[in-house]
Structure formats: structure tokens, C-alpha cells
Design a protein around this ligand. Structure first.
Ligand code: FE
Ligand code: FE
Ligand code: ZN
Length: 300
């Protein structure tokens, strides 16, 4: 099982990220090279890369299972303000360079929101932007994340994702499936094998390079995108466990992006990372109905 979670990327860069993943019992991880909401980025320190690589080797973590997530504010679909669109493309180019320096192979990207454009125009803008990046010359692969279809989000259907993939003149592009987003986009995760069969026919399973494993706070086809802890949402533990253990995608890293836990029930501020406990229950294959209590007890 290749499983991990979203982790921080702080002052000691990849070293801290790897240490955090190890503390959760993970053998995979996903990081943002800075705050997910902004584009301020510090320079990559080569000493930290060496130290992180040593730590990874000691703990059986391979670079294929270290994923980068591009910041949310990159929007390749919206060309209304042409400078903003070029800024997104340039930022992504820099992100590819940072990842290349670190030896990270995969960058997850939200395809983008069309805003005032039609979906079709938005998708064409995404294709045009990705073609400007000349991905054939890049050492990293961009992974289009399947979206919930909130607002004007592009890439919430398999067909939209396929249109983007086919429009890009490079094979150096793949897909990241997000179970919460798929559920919210209208794909029933309890029929995941049927989804995979359709994906295999239209796109090909070899394009799936990363999976985001999240439960959902909302019902099928709600187009909301609010993640829930594993087994605490509408998808449920058994269904998510079946997906994680699916033979056809067994070599694909599974990344948790579930919400942190509040200090007390009902509090708004989310402070405790749940990943150690969620990974533990996934490995055991048994639902922990005291997950929140156990986490609060540990950090108290
Ligand atoms: Fe995402
Ligand atoms: Fe995701
Ligand atoms: Zn999401």
C-alpha cells in the first residue's frame, strides 16, 4: 500500500516534509512548495534535498511517491486578464523548475475555472497554456486533478479531462483522481470499478499517477468540494478502503487531504492533523469510530 497525506513544506523544506510523513507512518507525501493560497516561494536549498534523500532512503520512501500540488490561484482557464493568465503559466513553469531541482516528478494541478468564459473556451485556454509550457522538455509531469464542478470549474467530467489530455501535444501529462471531487461531480464511488473501466476505455489507466483519498461532506452530484475525514462522510470507510485496495491502481500513491480536527467538538479552528490515525485505520482495514476522540486525547 502506497499511502500518505498532505504535509507542510517549511523552513527546512523537503526535510521537514519527509519527517512529517514518517511521523504519520506514511510512505508517500504531497506538499505545496509554499502557501497553497499564494505564490510567494523561497529558493530551494540543495543541502536540504540531500538530507531529505538520505532520510527517504532510510525509510523506504521513493521520489515517485512524493507529489507536489500547484497553488490554487493558478488559473489556466481564465484569459480575461491576459497578464494574469501569463502569470499563471509562468508560475507553473517556475514550479516545474523547483520540482526538477528537488527531484519531484509529479505536480498536481487544478485545471482551472472558466469564470466568464464558456466551459469550452476555458478548456481551450487550459490546452493553449499547457502547450506553451512545452511539457516534452520538462522532467516533471503535470497531473490534472478531477474537480467537483464547483462554480465554473473545468475538469469535473471524464470527458473534459480527456479533451484537455488530447489537446496537449505531449504525453508528459497525467491525471490525479480525487474521491471527494468525483463524488461531488456525480460519480458514485461505490461503483468505482465501473468508473475505472470507463476511464480505461476513454483515457487509459496508465494516465492515473496519483489519487487523493478523501471522504465528502456532501451527497453525490452536489458540486460542493468539502472534504471529510475517512469514514466520516457520505462515501464511507468501506468504499474508500475498496478503492485504496483496488488491484488496478495498487502502485498509484494514495494521498489524504482530509480536514484537521478541532481541539473540542464544535470548535471552528482546526488544529490537529488526523493522518497518523487515518493511515493506521486504513492499514488495519478496520473503521475507528473513536477517531476524533483518539486524536484529541493524544494531543491534549
Ligand atoms: Fe487539489
Ligand atoms: Fe484533491
Ligand atoms: Zn477538494
Amino acid at each position: 500500500m502506497i499511502i500518505g497525506s498532505h504535509v507542510h513544506f517549511g523552513k527546512d523544506q523537503l526535510v521537514g516534509s519527509v519527517k512529517e510523513a514518517i511521523s504519520y507512518g506514511a510512505n508517500a507525501l504531497m506538499l505545496y512548495t509554499g502557501a497553497p493560497q499564494n505564490t510567494f516561494r523561497s529558493a530551494i536549498n540543495l543541502d536540504y534535498i540531500k538530507e531529505a534523500q538520505k532520510l527517504m532512503a532510510e525509510n523506504n520512501i521513493v521520489m515517485d511517491n512524493v507529489i507536489c500540488h500547484a497553488p490554487y490561484i493558478i488559473n489556466l482557464a481564465n484569459k480575461e486578464k491576459i497578464e494574469a493568465w501569463h502569470f499563471s503559466i509562468n508560475f507553473l513553469k517556475q514550479e516545474i523548475e523547483r520540482c526538477t531541482t528537488m527531484g519531484i516528478k509529479y505536480i498536481v494541478l487544478h485545471p482551472g475555472s472558466a469564470v466568464k468564459h464558456t466551459k469550452e473556451e476555458g478548456i481551450n485556454n487550459i490546452i493553449e497554456a499547457l502547450n506553451l509550457l512545452e511539457l516534452d522538455n520538462c522532467k516533471c509531469m503535470i497531473l490534472l486533478e478531477t474537480m467537483a464542478g464547483k462554480g465554473s470549474e473545468c475538469g469535473s467530467t471524464m470527458e473534459e479531462v480527456n479533451t484537455i489530455l488530447k489537446g496537449v501535444h505531449s504525453q508528459n501529462i497525467g491525471v490525479c483522481l480525487d474521491t471527494c471531487h468525483l463524488n461531488d461531480a456525480g460519480y458514485d464511488m461505490s461503483a468505482f470499478n465501473q468508473y475505472l473501466d470507463a476511464f480505461a476505455r476513454l483515457i487509459g489507466l496508465d494516465k492515473i499517477k496519483c489519487m487523493h483519498i478523501n471522504d465528502s461532506k456532501n451527497i453525490l452530484n452536489s458540486h460542493k468540494d468539502r472534504h471529510a475525514n475517512i469514514g466520516y462522510g457520505t462515501i464511507g470507510f468501506a468504499t474508500l478502503l475498496n478503492i485504496i485496495n483496488n488491484e488496478k491502481i495498487k502502485d498509484v500513491p494514495k494521498i489524504l487531504e482530509t480536514p484537521y480536527i478541532s481541539k473540542e467538538e464544535g470548535e471552528k479552528e482546526l488544529v490537529y492533523p488526523p493522518y497518523k490515525w487515518e493511515i493506521d485505520m486504513i492499514k488495519k482495514g478496520i473503521f475507528n469510530s473513536h477517531l476524533l476522540e483518539d486524536i484529541r486525547e493524544y494531543y491534549k
